[in-house]
Design a protein around this ligand. Structure first.
Ligand SMILES: Nc1nc2c(ncn2[C@@H]2O[C@H](COP(=O)(O)OP(=O)(O)OP(=O)(O)O)[C@@H](O)[C@H]2O)c(=O)[nH]1
Length: 979
């Protein structure tokens, strides 16, 4: 019998040499175990070994790391196996495992014979996908009577390992303690208690009888052990519900034996190689890794599973292995799912970005499918190895998450599609409707295609959204979009309502334009006549034209159906009444808008016809008609006998009487004319703030239905065409013109008066008779006279007066220059040091410059008109020479010379300028005094010159206007007073 604790066991020295060499690394006895980070653990790590559970019963956290990096089994799925060893200390367990699986477990240092394996170590089989657990031996000398760890490690081994190798010496067979039967009994008991019916898969107890050197056949040894096991089993304290449970329900038993390692080393090796087939060759008869033993724990979940089992064993709680597997499956599936969702979420984020800014991404459905497939495949690849129920449940959860997160993109893209469809619908419809309108404006006729445009574009919009949404739909995703289509329809209806309003504006504008086509000229004619009932006629015409427009309106609106009014239907569900009322309200509003527009059109026309310029023309024309033409329309030729002052006053008053008539629209007739009273005169003709008058709850409609918006309207605010300031301006301007015409008439009379009187002609003939006779009877004088006459005749006939004048002027200028030069030279001769002055005198002396200008001796070489020369031929505008202009400017008549260009006296000389200005002032003063007195006598307060507001009186009772006219003509009040 070999006692592991017996140092006196006979072991030949030669055995030691035949053992595998013990390297320095293997000599671990001197190291004390340190929890979690012991030196042996470090060294073992180098060799790929891991202390799964240390002697402090702590479970390693590095299992998965080792599975990946050292053992390369992490992705093996179910393609790996689990083997543990169970047996007394120092019975050659490590030696067996190392030979059998080519592992690197520590073997006992023969010289010390101390326990080598502490806790549970794990290593991968050399050429086999097998995880091998070297478990601390039972009956450990170091642990004494404490069997706690033995039980726990045995339970753990039975729970996780498919095959538990029970190592025992041959000579221990049949012995209770030596064969660990006591421990096995305890383990079976706890096993039953912890696992109960939830034991999971069966475990193979693979008995290896070591040092089988006797002639007792293995079968006999096996039977002995089996018998002992059944005996133990029968003696177990089983829970009531497990009373009938048999050993075979939990364990299968298989036996093998090995020769003595030291006595028969070669046979030992041969047998070990044969034994290896049981673990490596599935075709071998006694192959141990049968499916029925499989723990169904995928390699990547092993750490979690083993740790969970160990926790249960340590805490001595019920160990429900299937539940453990489920828990593992749940844990692992969650982990795998989370890992699969990382790249998935990155993709979703990419898609979310791509639909930012209202984009609609093409092939979104394909992208969804791709992402979903990738994610689920990643999950399936690992999670499908776990508990099927859990896996399928977790898969569904993953799909739900995937669908949920993809749905955010789905919703975003749908929203984008809807908003794009609505925008496109509104823009395209608006464009088409505008083209229709242009067609109407271009004379092609209004097609009235509102309904067909809206319906067509709406269908397109809905189809577009449907196509986008349906292309995104994922099978099994259970996404719906009926709400989206409903939302789309609402938005389209709102857009239609907006389009309808625009269309209504168009229709009403068109109706107004048509109404104004004939009405405009009609108004112009009435204004030209300026009859007393002018405004009544104009307003009657407006009512008629508007009524025609309203008929056009009704026809156009009826062709639009009730599109755009539909939204109210859906809100209150009372389709018929809502639409009918809405349509009626809309038509009423449209008619009122048309009336407003027609009125505005009239006001605009009136403003064009009666603007300040136009009104001034009208007053002037009326004045001229009365003042310049007689009753037969023949221009008047004024004579001294005519009552110019009276005619002027009458004509002016008549013209000015038009001013108040044209300045504002007189609506007095609205109270007297029945037709006007019932239309323009009614309060609701243009605008109604509250539609309750029509029996319709307008407030309700406004809230839910965007029907045509009616603008507020105030008739009174548009009646005034010219305000008082504008009227005063027109009046002043007109008065100036009238005054000018009056002065012209006066001057015409003066001219007639200043003609050479007959008596003067007779006197001239009588006094000049002798001189005429001398000339006629003196041949020399006669020849000169004849030559002079002939010259004049030729010049006149050849129209050479211009060149003749130029020649004369040039000759005069040359002579003048010559005389001047002679004079300058003479002066220089007298004062020789004044050479430099020549230049100065010739160019820069102001006096010289003025003289040159005045006397026509042009300093710039051009001739100038001399005083008394023919004014009409002067190069200066207005016919005056420079001197005359200067003179007139002194009188304040500069630039007005056109009016006074003819002032010849009876002697044929030009009238003295001071005399002319004085006379004009006198005439003007007379005219204005008359005008003022006349208007004062008329007592017309509205007449701007008649002492109206802002026209302050000056001394002598003259108005400011009076002063202004005088100042315009060059005079001043004081001049006139003293005149
Ligand atoms: N007689 C005999 N001795 C063996 C056999 N195999 C190993 N030994 C010796 O038994 C001693 C213990 O070997 P280990 O493999 O360390 O035994 P163990 O069961 O792993 O020891 P612990 O891990 O300490 O429990 C060593 O001295 C081995 O040389 C065998 O088949 N027969």
């Amino acid at each position: 019998m070999i006692d592991g604790n017996d140092d006196s066991a006979v072991v030949p020295d030669s055995w030691t040499e035949k053992r595998p060499p013990v390297t320095e690394e293997h000599d671990l006895d001197s190291y004390s175990y340190e929890k979690g980070n012991s030196k042996p653990a470090k060294i073992a790590a180098k060799r790929g070994m891991l202390q799964l559970i240390d002697e402090e019963q702590c479970f390693s956290k590095d299992v998965s790391k080792y599975m990946k990096e050292q053992w390369h089994l992490f992705d093996a799925g179910f393609d790996y196996n689990l083997v543990a060893v169970f047996g007394s200390q120092s019975t050659g367990k490590s030696t067996l495992l190392n030979r059998l699986f080519q592992t690197s477990f520590k073997e006992m240092n023969e010289s010390k014979r101390q326990q080598t394996t502490k806790g549970i170590w794990c290593d991968r089989g050399g050429e086999m996908p097998v995880l091998v657990f070297d478990v601390e031996g039972t009956d450990g000398r170091e642990r004494g009577e404490d069997q706690d760890f033995e039980r726990k490690s045995a339970l753990f081994s039975l729970a996780i390992a498919e095959v538990v190798i029970v190592n025992m010496w041959e000579n221990m067979v049949g012995l209770y303690n030596g064969a660990n039967m006591g421990l096995l009994k305890t383990v079976f008991e706890v096993n039953l208690m912890l696992f109960g019916r939830n034991r999971g898969a069966k475990t193979l107890l693979y008995f290896v009888i070591r040092d089988h050197v006797s002639r007792t056949p293995l079968e006999v040894l096996g039977q002995t052990v089996t018998k002992d096991l059944h005996k133990i089993w029968s003696e177990l304290n089983k829970p009531d519900e497990l009373k009938d449970e048999q050993l075979d329900d939990y364990f299968d038993i298989q036996f093998t034996s090995l020769p003595h390692l030291l006595l028969q080393p070669e046979r030992f090796d041969t047998e070990v190689r044969r034994l290896r087939l049981d673990f490596s060759d599935p075709s071998h008869d006694t192959y141990v890794f049968k499916d029925k033993y499989s723990r169904q724990v995928p390699a990547d979940g092993f750490q979690h599973y083993a740790e969970g089992v160990w926790e249960k064993v340590v805490s001595n709680k019920d160990l429900d292995l299937p539940t453990q597997q489920e828990l593992l499956a749940q844990y692992r599936c969650d982990e795998i799912s989370a890992a699969a969702l990382i790249p998935f979420r990155e993709n979703v984020q990419g898609l979310s970005i791509s639909i930012g800014g209202g984009n609609v991404v093409r092939d979104m459905g394909k992208k969804f499918e791709e992402i979903r497939t990738q994610t689920v495949s990643r999950f399936d690849e690992q999670a499908s190895r776990y508990n099927k129920t859990v896996y399928e449940k977790k898969r569904q959860q993953l799909l739900a998450t995937v669908h949920g997160e993809l749905q955010t993109v789905f919703v975003g893209q749908t929203k984008n599609a809807i908003s794009r469809a609505v925008t496109s619908f509104e823009e395209t419809s608006a464009k088409r409707l505008e083209m229709n309108e242009r067609g109407a404006a271009g004379g092609k006729g209004y097609s009235g295609e509102f309904c067909s445009v809206i319906k067509g574009e709406k269908t397109k919009a809905v189809e577009y959204v449907k196509s986008v949404v349906e292309a995104m739909m994922l099978k099994d995703a259970e996404w719906t979009y009926s709400n989206d289509i409903e939302l789309l329809n609402k938005k389209l209806d709102f857009a239609t309502a907006r389009l309808r309003m625009i269309e209504m504006e168009r229709i009403v504008n068109r109706a107004q334009k048509n109404a104004m086509v004939n009405y405009g000229p009609q108004v112009s004619e009435i204004l030209a006549d300026a009859r007393a009932d002018m405004w009544e006629q104009i307003l009657m015409g407006l009512v008629d034209s508007t009524r025609n427009g309203e008929l056009d309106l009704e026809i156009d609106v009826s062709g639009m159906d009730k599109l755009g009014l539909e939204y109210s239907t859906k809100v209150d569900g009372d389709a018929a009444s809502a639409n009918t009322d809405a349509a009626a309200v809309e038509l009423q509003k449209l008619k009122r808008r048309l009336r407003q527009l027609c009125w505005e059109g009239l006001v605009k026309h009136l403003n064009e016809e009666l603007g300040e310029q136009m009104l001034h023309m009208k007053l002037r024309n009326r004045f001229e008609d009365k003042f310049k033409y007689d009753a037969k329309g023949i221009p008047k030729v004024w004579s001294a006998r005519d009552d110019i002052d009276g005619c002027f006053a009458t004509a002016k008053a008549e013209a000015l009487s038009l001013l108040p008539l044209y300045s504002s629209i007189d609506i007095g007739c609205l109270s007297t004319n029945f037709a006007l009273k019932n239309t323009l005169g009614k309060q609701d003709y243009f605008y109604v703030a509250e539609e309750t008058a029509t029996g319709v709850d307008e407030a309700l409609y406004e809230e839910r239905l965007p029907v045509f918006q009616l603008r507020r309207f105030n008739l009174e605010s548009s009646l005034v065409l010219l305000n008082s300031i504008q009227q005063r301006g027109v009046s002043k301007k007109f008065s100036r013109d009238a005054d000018t015409m009056f002065l012209e008439a006066k001057r015409a009379v003066v001219m007639t008066k200043t003609q050479v009187p007959y008596w003067a002609v007779i006197m001239m003939i009588l006094l000049g008779w002798n001189e005429a006779m001398v000339v006629l009877f003196n041949p020399l004088y006669l020849v000169v006279l004849a030559l002079l006459g002939a010259t004049v005749f030729v010049i006149h006939n050849l129209n050479l007066w211009g060149p003749a004048k130029m020649v004369a002027q040039n000759a005069t200028a040359s002579v003048s220059k010559m005389v001047h030069n002679i004079a300058v030279e003479a002066a220089n001769a007298t004062n020789p040091d004044s050479l430099d002055n020549k230049t100065l005198n010739a160019s820069s002396s102001p006096r010289h410059f003025r003289d040159n200008q005045t006397h026509g001796g042009g300093f710039d070489g051009r001739s100038r008109t001399t005083v008394g020369s023919d004014r009409s031929s002067s190069p200066e505008a207005g016919g005056f020479g420079e001197a005359e202009m200067i003179g007139l400017k002194k009188l304040g008549l500069g630039g007005k010379s056109k009016t006074y260009h003819s002032h010849s006296t009876k002697n044929g000389d030009s009238e003295d300028d001071n005399h002319v200005a004085s006379r004009i002032q006198t005439d003007t003063k007379d005219a204005l005094d008359y005008d003022f007195e006349f208007l004062k006598a008329k007592g017309n307060d509205k007449f701007p010159l008649g002492g109206g507001k802002g026209i302050g009186k000056r001394k002598g009772g003259h108005s400011m206007e009076y002063d202004r006219v005088l100042s315009t003509t060059g005079g001043n009040d004081s001049d006139i007073e003293s005149d």
